[in-house]
Design a binder for this molecule. Structure first.
Ligand code: ZN
Ligand code: ZN
Length: 141
């Protein structure tokens, strides 16, 4: 998780810096942070691109970690994902599709809209059905 926190420092969104590390049998296979697609401008340079209260420019840290693994032909089956923040539904499902066996996160999402709590319930139910552990991991500080 400390490594996920370090990865988050590279996040280029002004709203939140998120980091993700995916390890298989204790070996780090992929890291990611939230940022723009290659070649695009960054929020830290031009400000966030807001829509409905969220910045829509950044690719989430979990997706960036998965894409990095894909670019280098690394599989994540049986791995453990460590994320600094609670994954959104799209990221949790994408991680599940890589066949990681567990997702640990440090901080709950701050916004507690109905959408967030409905998403959380859906994700928890889907992970339980799929046999994937989804749990908070307290800071090891
Ligand atoms: Zn942003
Ligand atoms: Zn996400």
């Amino acid at each position: 998780m400390a490594l996920a926190r370090t990865a988050s420092l590279r996040g280029t969104c002004l709203r939140l810096q998120v980091g993700c590390v995916i390890a298989v049998n204790g070996d780090v296979r992929a890291t990611g942070y939230n940022g723009s697609i290659p070649g695009d401008v960054h929020c830290i340079d031009v400000g966030c691109d807001m829509s409905n209260g969220s910045c829509v420019r950044c690719v989430h840290a979990e997706i960036n970690a998965i894409c990095r693994a894909a670019r280098s032909g690394v599989n994540l089956i049986g791995g453990i994902a460590y994320v600094t923040h609670e994954p959104c539904r799209a990221c949790a499902y994408a991680l599940a599709c890589t066949e990681v066996k567990a997702i640990y996160f440090e901080k709950l999402r701050e916004s507690n809209t109905r959408q967030v709590s409905e998403d959380r319930e859906r994700v928890q139910a889907a992970m339980e059905t799929s046999g994937i552990t989804l749990s908070t991991l307290p800071s090891l500080t």
